[in-house]
Design a protein around this ligand. Sequence first.
Ligand SMILES: *Cc1c(COP(=O)(O)O)cnc(C)c1O
Length: 377
Amino acid sequence: MIRPNYYNGIIERYRDRLPVDEETRVITLCEGDTALIRLENIEKEIGLGIELYAKFEGLNPTGSFKDRGMTMAVTQAVSEGAQAIICASTGNTSASAAAYAARAGIRAFVLIPQGKIALGKLAQAMIEGACVIQIKGNFDDGMRIVKEVAAAAPVTIVNSINPYRLQGQKTAAFEIIDALGRAPDIHGIPVGNAGNISAYWVGYSEYAAVLPATASCSFCEERCRYPSAAVVQGRPRMFGYQAAGAAPFIRGEMVDDPETVATAIRIGRPQSWDLAWAAVNESGGAFASLSDEEILKTQRMLAEKEGIFCEPASAISVGGVLRDVKNGTIAPGSLITCTLTGHGLKDPDTAIKQSEGPVIEIPAELDAVKRAILENL
Ligand SMILES: *Cc1c(COP(=O)(O)O)cnc(C)c1O
């Protein structure tokens, strides 16, 4: 029995728009329903009548948006009788896969690039009981191997090439429209493997009762139930942001040795290449890149000005739209939403390294503390 006011995750909330049946056993951690935070202080600074919101996906149960996709992918895998799931990951997919596998009582195998994932993410996958396989290679190497393994062994891939992942992740777009009562003009989002930008575009399109080009995937031909009536008119322009050292969409070709401080998007061979291009082109949006320096500066700014602690990879969305407002790419008066994909606590090392806030060491005495306060007011 589910109590009437008990929130039980995205599948229950958007059941009629997701590929589940009455009898499906739903594997959920009550993901979704994340805060859409108005960035009041940044808005004031930038002016120009910009209305700016952050969809803080770090507030999901494992601290990233991956949970929206994972509840759907693991629910489907379990309904097909899978005993094990597998993924390549820059960290957050492994944390999420491990959690939902634990919940379902099945095994999770996760391939991660050695030394290149934030410590919090590794801690999650380990304590949630996943089999953690560190490879001496990057995410793209892991992805290639996972595809080969899944073709030969009885494991279900839960990377975003699994179409159920995108179905779950499209619900973030629904939530944004449900909260605002309209579609934003602009949506800014970090792009790594490019599943999420594709999923948002499906979600926005579905609420506008438009079939996106992305609906031509085999999954959608079979299972998508697009509504006949539009919930809102119009869809946002999609702006996808990449780290300069891992920017295949800006270069127009795959990148062999991606490098960036934003490890969650350290990907050179995005799997959802065509879907992401379709989202940007159909929506009249664009791809752009930011330097590591700009990324970290924005992460710090969000923390200092709005009290929001997100991952470096997440901050790129806000950094990107602010730059595009300043350079005129985004028009004054626009309503902008940005996805903050993951929580800053995942990667405390990077945060501490670049923090300017003083840490003062003094004796445990009243006078010393008083002095410290007066000197730093
Ligand atoms: C996975 C992830 C991304 C990239 O999302 P894609 O769907 O791979 O483009 C960005 N930020 C964070 C924090 C992530 O975990």
